[in-house]
Design a protein around this ligand. Structure first.
Ligand SMILES: [Zn+2]
Ligand SMILES: [Zn+2]
Length: 66
C-alpha cells in the first residue's frame, strides 16, 4: 500500500522499513515516515527489547505498536 506521509507529504510505501502505516483505525488511515514521526514526537521506544516502538496516531491519539 502506498500513501502520503502525514507530516512531509512524501510517498510512504508500507511495509518498507522506516515506513509506517496505521490501518484499522475507524475512519482514517495514516501513513508516515518513521523519521518524520520521531521528529514530531509521536514515536516512543517500547519497553520490550525486541525493537518494538509505540506510535501515537496524529489523527485520533490512539497508541499503536509497530
Ligand atoms: Zn515524511
Ligand atoms: Zn487514528
Amino acid at each position: 500500500m502506498n500513501g502520503e506521509c502525514y507530516f512531509c507529504h512524501g510517498i510512504v510505501s508500507a511495509p518498507e522499513e522506516g515506513h509506517i502505516w496505521l490501518r484499522e483505525h475507524d475512519s482514517h488511515e495514516v501513513y508516515m515516515h518513521e523519521q518524520c514521526a520521531s521528529g514530531h514526537n509521536v514515536i516512543e521506544e517500547g519497553q520490550q527489547s525486541d525493537g518494538e516502538i509505540l506510535i501515537t496516531c496524529p489523527e485520533c491519539g490512539e497508541v499503536e505498536t509497530a
